[in-house]
Write a protein that binds this ligand. Structure first.
Ligand SMILES: *[C@@H]1O[C@H](CO)[C@@H](O)[C@H](O)[C@H]1NC(C)=O
Ligand SMILES: *[C@@H]1O[C@H](CO)[C@@H](O)[C@H](O)[C@H]1NC(C)=O
Ligand SMILES: *[C@@H]1O[C@H](CO)[C@@H](O)[C@H](O)[C@H]1NC(C)=O
Ligand SMILES: *[C@@H]1O[C@H](CO)[C@@H](O)[C@H](O)[C@H]1NC(C)=O
Ligand SMILES: *[C@@H]1O[C@H](CO)[C@@H](O)[C@H](O)[C@H]1NC(C)=O
Ligand SMILES: *[C@@H]1O[C@H](CO)[C@@H](O)[C@H](O)[C@H]1NC(C)=O
Ligand SMILES: *[C@@H]1O[C@H](CO)[C@@H](O)[C@H](O)[C@H]1NC(C)=O
Ligand SMILES: *[C@@H]1O[C@H](CO)[C@@H](O)[C@H](O)[C@H]1NC(C)=O
Ligand SMILES: *[C@@H]1O[C@H](CO)[C@@H](O)[C@H](O)[C@H]1NC(C)=O
Ligand SMILES: *[C@@H]1O[C@H](CO)[C@@H](O)[C@H](O)[C@H]1NC(C)=O
Ligand SMILES: *[C@@H]1O[C@H](CO)[C@@H](O)[C@H](O)[C@H]1NC(C)=O
Ligand SMILES: *[C@@H]1O[C@H](CO)[C@@H](O)[C@H](O)[C@H]1NC(C)=O
Length: 794
């Protein structure tokens, strides 16, 4: 999400029905004459199912947000152009249905009583296919993205690219003037556009936002992307941002006069589409406080919610008074908002030392500040929150596998017509996998295209498929000619076949493949696959794909896509378009192969992930809906990898993408989220297209659930003398077992705590009592010295 963005339109939802008056000054946005602190969270409507929208919005609101932010994804809405050539009028096929129903999403935000920040693009980045721009636009003659070419001309998040395009400020100025002239009644913002023309507000996207100053003292300080996590690629271990550091960054932003923050990715953000950038995996979890399965990620969710609540207590002074910056030590500072006439006073006390704790004196009282932390004092006396002191529980999710279960025969879609549908449930046992193997090379009667030489893949497919077969055939006189096939290609993935047999595969490199050719005609085919198009960077639409050089004559025939794709054999009702085999033993490690099976929905109501550990690379569908591309690529080893999640990371000091990684050497994505709403009561069609070879019999549905909760709190946790921790069981779950409790000085992390020197031997029995009352009345409370523990089942 790094380079994303467009114009951002701050659109209070009510403006649709009852014109709000939204203005701003150097301090804040002013809505209907009232200053507002904007705490926003990003939910991308296209990345999740509409069935999940209300819950995602509800969780964002419960987490302390008053605003939802989303992009508008141009390329899902305006699917394909249809030229009326003689008049050169363009008509477009639009799609605003299902998960593309932007209007419905906006109305849900409105119904929840929240504001909306609408980031309309046209370019959005967002690790979304082609940065949100339709691929067809590139093929309109004369179009160059991100320039003043007539068919593109409009811009945003451009400041850092102006130099590459050599257009100076003229173009972004034009874009700003054009937007403002639309007179939509709400302010416009441009991300990362330091020279945004008045009255457009320039904003910051970064891990930290405190350093940013808009280009005029009359514009408020807006942080449009406070990154809660980072993009995950097919090659790298999982990135984490410790929640203490995100809270620290947010507090610093308000300390330095900020008034609008947007946590980038807050709601669940499952991939679940084929529309991802090349390097980026299908999941777009982003380490967000609500994970891609819709489960709350603790402590992130709890800690940021507490921070948002603390900020809310300070809202009025922050918005009305100017902060006075104070020094409290060599690396300690603070900000005070004080209004003598109303008696209101807010203070933030800051320790920017990234190693050592400090004790500071403020207004004659002494305060302990952990390293790299901010304490919030809504009355200039009592600390209600410190960014480094996490009392929120920690949750450990688990993926619980369940074997695929066959559906009763009456649910099977390809049942013979005229059969006795009233026959009693007959279970198909064992699970019946069916197989269709693609033919390498030209699978139809003829090629889709014949070129003399190599073509650019995207130019030919227009992204209608990930796949393009390049083929040629050669006559050889002699059996066993030993030749090398040398293929140089750009980006993504390539498989080389000779006479239908997979010889080698690779990415982004030169392949040298020794081949033994036979006398007579030899078919050489290369399957090139694109794993999503780039989403950012200057000139990204001019990148070429496919082989750039192949020794052994040119490849002159091409076939777009797979036969199974063309015949849509992943769709219910179309599986009969090819003849499937029902082998007695399911073939394993077989390339370019389709597998199909009819299965039952997994029991329970936990979110589902498809476990693809024993598969290679390809794509999967349930009931015709694309779950996504999968690729069991393992990440490299990484020196900064930690073994037990974020708890193993040092939150202190500036964040950067390599600081805290987990899952080194493991598949970068093993489970692929399948929305529950895609399942039918029975007879679910699961179709897999495997490119390299895998073992489909090892596939299962895994249910994601929170299996373990942990929490710790110390006596000095604010508010002083009343430290409290809340444990919250996931809905419909209760506590089975208390594994560990220690009042004392325990060490370790969730899942592996140890008692320390001052362990109180009664700890476990005291907490056990709470568990009993919890399971009886849903609420329990225990006091351990100064620390009280309250447990509720919600
Ligand atoms: C803003 O003012 C309009 C017109 O008076 C009113 O309909 C709307 O409810 C107000 N909105 C808020 C958030 O106060
Ligand atoms: C909107 O509010 C601003 C100041 O908050 C005020 O100057 C302006 O007149 C208002 N506009 C309308 C249409 O109410
Ligand atoms: C800047 O834009 C104006 C009109 O928008 C145009 O007349 C002028 O030639 C442009 N200047 C440059 C250097 O592109
Ligand atoms: C101080 O508070 C009073 C009463 O709430 C308010 O009218 C005034 O504008 C505030 N002054 C400053 C400088 O914020
Ligand atoms: C701090 O203490 C000094 C001396 O004891 C006193 O003069 C001053 O008023 C105190 N300040 C505050 C804000 O209480
Ligand atoms: C492949 O291309 C050649 C021309 O280069 C053509 O003669 C031949 O018919 C093509 N084969 C198929 C199967 O389309
Ligand atoms: C696509 O290919 C055609 C035919 O080779 C070529 O004329 C055209 O310039 C290509 N388009 C782009 C945008 O590269
Ligand atoms: C592919 O090659 C290009 C050009 O050498 C390089 O910039 C890019 O990082 C490579 N990508 C991968 C995934 O290796
Ligand atoms: C696939 O089968 C369905 C149902 O028989 C049919 O309507 C459709 O035209 C077929 N598709 C293709 C591409 O042959
Ligand atoms: C689920 O799939 C994984 C990966 O293939 C496998 O290791 C595991 O044994 C399977 N579990 C069940 C219960 O099928
Ligand atoms: C909890 O149980 C109720 C009643 O059975 C059900 O309606 C609800 O969907 C369940 N919630 C979850 C998250 O499982
Ligand atoms: C309670 O907390 C205060 C302040 O941290 C501490 O001085 C006191 O010793 C604590 N009391 C007990 C019983 O732990």
């Amino acid at each position: 999400m790094k380079l994303a963005l467009s114009f951002i339109l701050l659109l209070p939802f009510l403006s649709i029905v009852a014109a709000e008056n939204v203005t701003y000054d150097g301090r804040s946005l002013i809505i209907n004459g009232t200053r507002r602190l904007i705490v926003s969270t990003t939910i991308h409507y296209t990345r999740i199912m509409p069935e999940m929208w209300p819950e995602a919005i509800r969780l964002a609101k419960e987490g302390g947000a008053n605003t939802i932010d989303t992009y508008v994804f141009w390329n899902v809405h305006e699917i394909e152009p249809d030229i009326v050539s003689s008049t050169s009028v363009w008509f477009f096929k639009y799609n605003f249905a299902g998960r593309n129903d932007l209007v419905r999403f906006v109305k849900l935000v409105q119904e929840a009583g929240l504001f909306l920040m609408l980031r309309i693009g046209p370019f959005i980045g967002a690790e979304w296919n082609y940065g949100g721009i339709p691929v067809w636009l590139h093929y309109i003659p004369g179009t160059a993205f991100r320039t003043e070419s007539a068919s593109f001309k409009i811009e945003n998040e451009y400041g850092h690219l102006q130099g590459f395009y050599g257009v100076g400020h003229n173009y972004s100025d034009w874009a700003a003037r054009m937007a403002v002239s639309k007179d939509i009644g709400v302010p416009w913002i441009m991300c990362r556009e330091g020279d945004a023309l008045d009255p457009v507000i320039d904003t910051v996207n970064d891990f930290y936002g405190d350093y940013y100053h808009p280009n005029s003292v009359n514009k408020p300080k807006i942080w449009t992307e406070a990154w809660t996590g980072w993009i995950q690629t097919h090659y790298e271990p999982v990135f984490h941002r410790p929640t203490q550091d995100l809270a620290f960054a947010a507090a610093r932003f308000f300390q330095k006069g900020g008034s609008v923050i947007n946590y980038y990715m807050f709601g669940r953000t499952s991939g679940g589409t084929s529309a991802n950038n090349f390097a980026v995996i299908t999941s777009y979890d982003y380490d967000a406080p609500v994970d891609e399965y819709g489960l709350l990620r603790y402590p992130n969710y709890g800690h940021i919610k507490e921070f948002n609540e603390a900020i809310k207590l300070c809202e009025n002074p922050i918005l009305t008074a100017k902060p006075t910056q104070i020094s409290l030590g060599p690396q300690q500072e603070g900000a005070v908002w004080s209004n003598v006439s109303s008696g209101e006073c807010v203070a933030f006390l800051v320790n920017v030392d990234d190693k050592k704790d400090a004790t500071v004196v403020f207004r004659n009282a002494s305060y302990h500040l952990p390293a790299w932390s901010v304490s919030i004092l809504p009355d200039c006396k009592n600390v209600v929150f410190n960014t480094a002191k996490v009392s929120s529980q920690t949750t450990v999710p688990e993926m619980v596998p369940e074997d695929l279960k066959p559906s009763p025969e009456m649910c099977m879609e390809e049942k013979d017509a005229g059969g006795d549908s009233s026959s009693s449930l007959k279970w198909q046992n064992p699970l019946k996998w069916e197989v269709f193997v693609e033919k390498a090379g030209i699978w139809g009667k003829e090629a889709d295209l014949v070129y003399n030489g190599l073509v650019d893949q995207l130019n030919v497919t227009k992204d209608a498929s990930d796949y393009l077969w390049y083929t040629t055939s050669e006559e050889f006189m002699k059996d066993g000619s030993q030749l090398a096939l040398v293929i140089q290609f750009q980006s993504h993935h390539l498989h080389a076949f000779v006479n239908g047999e997979l010889l080698n595969k690779g990415e982004n490199e030169t392949l040298r493949i020794p081949v033994a050719l036979r006398a007579g005609r030899n078919e050489i085919s290369v399957l090139n696959s694109i794993v999503g198009l780039p989403s950012a960077g200057a000139f990204f639409e001019w990148i070429n794909y496919g082989p750039s050089s192949v020794k052994l004559e040119g490849f002159n025939n091409g076939t777009i896509g797979m036969e199974g794709e063309k015949l849509e054999i992943y769709k219910p009702g179309s599986t009969g378009n090819v003849t499937w085999n029902v082998p007695s033993e399911v073939p394993k490690m077989q390339p370019v192969t389709w597998y199909k099976v009819i299965v039952e929905e997994p029991s329970g109501d936990e979110p589902i992930g498809l476990d693809m550990l024993n598969m290679g690379k390809g794509s999967a569908w349930l009931n015709g809906q694309q779950i996504g591309r999968y690729w069991l690529q393992r990440s490299g080893e990484h020196e900064q990898c930690v073994s037990h999640g974020e708890e193993g990371c040092d939150y202190r000091g500036y964040m950067y993408p390599d600081k805290c990684r987990t899952g080194c050497g493991e598949p970068t994505q093993r489970w692929y989220h399948i929305p529950r709403s895609w399942f039918k009561p029975c007879g679910n069609l699961l179709v897999i297209f495997e490119e390299e070879g895998g073992d489909p019999t090892a596939i299962n549905f895994s249910k994601r659930r929170t299996s373990r909760l942990c929490a710790s709190v110390a006596e000095d946790h604010p508010p002083l003398g009343k430290a409290m921790v809340h444990l919250r069981c996931p809905e419909n779950r209760s506590m089975d077992n208390i594994l560990f409790a220690s009042f004392g000085t325990p060490t370790g992390y969730c899942g592996s705590f140890n008692v320390g020197d001052y362990h109180d031997v009664n700890s476990l029995s005291v907490v056990e009592k709470v568990k009993v009352s919890l399971n009886l009345i849903g609420f329990g409370r225990v006091e351990l010295g100064n620390v009280s523990l309250s447990i509720m089942s919600l």
